[in-house]
Design a protein around this ligand. Structure first.
Ligand code: SF4
Length: 110
């Protein structure tokens, strides 16, 4: 499954540079995938919705691989000082799916 950031986030920004998939964005910021920009009104290409936040950092499910293919554990969760990066119950995915996403992201350059 993807990782999500809860409202416990203190906006420290420690997670963003650690993400190998550029899946983490600052609150209110547009996110990008395959050369296209998305904002708070857009669903993700996968149909995922409700992940955007104007108030704290957020993770785009279409770009999160739980760090599969890069690291043994989610790097955002590893560095978060308040433990607000948690598994997202709305985006449960198996390892095969996550690794396929990593390959897709490799192919488009993220
Ligand atoms: Fe990025 Fe890894 Fe966190 Fe997913 S789990 S948002 S890929 S750092």
């Amino acid at each position: 499954m993807a990782i999500m950031i809860t409202e416990e986030c203190i906006n420290c920004g420690a997670c963003e540079p650690e993400c190998p998939n550029t899946a983490i964005y600052e609150g209110g910021a547009e996110w990008e995938l395959a050369g296209k920009n998305y904002n708070q009104d857009d669903d993700a290409p996968s149909g995922a919705k409700g992940f955007f936040s104007n108030d704290f950092f957020y993770i785009v499910p279409d770009k999160c691989t739980e760090c599969k293919g890069f690291h043994d554990e989610p790097q955002c969760a590893a560095v978060c000082p308040v433990d607000c990066c948690i598994p997202d119950p709305n985006h449960v995915e198996d390892e095969e799916t996550l690794l396929a996403r990593k390959e897709y992201l490799d192919g488009i350059g993220r």
